[in-house]
Design a binder for this molecule. Structure first.
Ligand code: FES
Length: 101
């Protein structure tokens, strides 16, 4: 049996995304994962620049990749509830370059 988590979330920690509130978004992300009891299913990382600085702040989810852009507190909550809890990507926050089903 594998103890690999179902999802990996890479929140961009590059300078542009950090200036756009990455630290606060990380706290929201961790709070939401805790609230939905998803800590055992989701691994969170802070990555380097994801080359989408014009759309900061950004995060990427694997399997995918699903590239989410222009994140807000509300977007993070929606991504956790829809994508990570119910396996349904949140179309309105996906970058154009993102993998789509
Ligand atoms: S700093 Fe986040 S995409 Fe470049």
């Amino acid at each position: 049996m594998s103890d690999e988590k179902q999802y990996r979330v890479y929140l961009c920690g590059g300078s542009s995304c950090t200036a756009c509130g990455r630290d606060a978004l990380l706290r929201v992300l961790e709070d939401e994962l805790w609230a939905w009891e998803l800590e055992s299913e989701v691994e969170v990382y802070v990555s380097g620049c994801q080359d989408h600085c014009d759309y900061s702040p950004n995060l990427k989810i694997w399997p995918g990749p699903y590239q989410y852009k222009a994140l807000t507190t509300e977007a993070i909550k929606k991504i956790v509830e829809q994508h990570l809890l119910n396996n349904t990507p949140v179309a309105e926050h996906l970058a154009d370059s993102s993998h789509r089903r």
